[in-house]
Design a protein around this ligand. Sequence first.
Ligand code: NAD
Length: 411
Amino acid sequence: MNALAATSRNFKNAARILGLDAKIERSLLIPFREIKVECTIPKDDGSLVSYVGFRVQHDNARGPMKGGIRYHPEVDPDEVNALAQLMTWKTAVADIPYGGAKGGIGCTPGDLSLSELERLTRVFAQKIHDLIGTHTDVPAPDMGTNAQTMAWMLDEYSKFHGHSPAVVTGKPIDLGGSLGREAATGRGVVFGTEALLAEYGKSCKGLTFVIQGFGNVGSWAARLIHERGGKVIAVSDITGAVKNPNGLDIDELVKHKESTGSLLNFNGGDNMDPNEVLIHECDVLIPSALGGVLNRENASSVRAKFIVEAANHPTDPEADEILLKKGVIILPDIYANAGGVTVSYFEWVQNIQGFMWDEEKVNNELQRYMTQAFHNIKSMCKTYDCNLRMGAFTLGVNRVARATNLRGYEA
Ligand code: NAD
């Protein structure tokens, strides 16, 4: 099942549980606007190359649309659509005043030089600048993009609209980025994990963790879990996988990755088959890379007690059913990885106020939002006798439906 079908299925289940009428259900499902643009750039050798860029703006009933921009070869309209919809429910679950959007360019960023990436980002910004804005749609980094990408977008947008720091988030600090933003998604994953574990009388300390993906989200989650005394016993990324049953020294692993460009051949662990990572025995499995990695082929072999969905849509619905039957507790993506967009919201607030918070305030506020959202999800689970995914979906969908109804339908 593709990402869009899976997300729509979760939405429809939530709509049924909430008893939404058909009119509002349909209106919430259809995206507000879908944008597809051609981005042609000269390569460094002078040849021309064309890419397709997407921006799907899903819903703005609760505020400006918000969502990342992903550079990845598998970016396609269906996936961007699903991720935009997920952002609508995610911002509502986190209770921040935004709607949902997502964008991306189908490219392999690793194959492009820095100046090619800059040209590509600027051309993309030129094509969509009229359709984004501080109070319209606020992009942020996602897979394959980073603070530098946002700096180029901000600069290009400002050529058309004047200085507008709040038009993108996840910017470098020197251009109005927020302290704590870089680590925010991983930190939010850890706050969410702690809230979940506390329900079972547990904490990170002494538990075993396996993490797929060692980019922004996965590496920060790993560092913070390690800091709290959790044992990260296996980690993988696109370069391979490494394990140590006594726990990997994550700070050393980060240094090893930085110096060699790979996780492999780390002194403090053994190389392992990356396909084994998701089915490695552990207390908590944290998929932090791609969507759809837990599916009907591998779900029955998963040996984790808890899954924390740091990536977007890592579990397809068939795997979801298999894992629930096995008694695995899943903390869903629309909550678990909401830390990034929550601190993006703090960044936007700081830009609009022209006032910078210190990092402690950012982290404390993030913990407050993540903990409150977890309790709100649990309360929906109790009201509707449902699992955490449906608790999160009913919470988010209900908030968006209420805002939509309050706005009314008169043309
Ligand atoms: P990133 O590009 O920094 O890192 C992605 C990681 O996944 C890299 O380590 C890469 O090597 C690894 N990877 C790619 N293909 C893989 C494969 N086949 N097997 C194992 N590892 C593989 O991206 P990120 O920002 O860390 O995002 C990771 C996930 O988290 C994505 O699903 C993204 O949508 C989601 N997410 C990110 C943010 C954010 O703020 N960055 C916020 C919310 C959700």
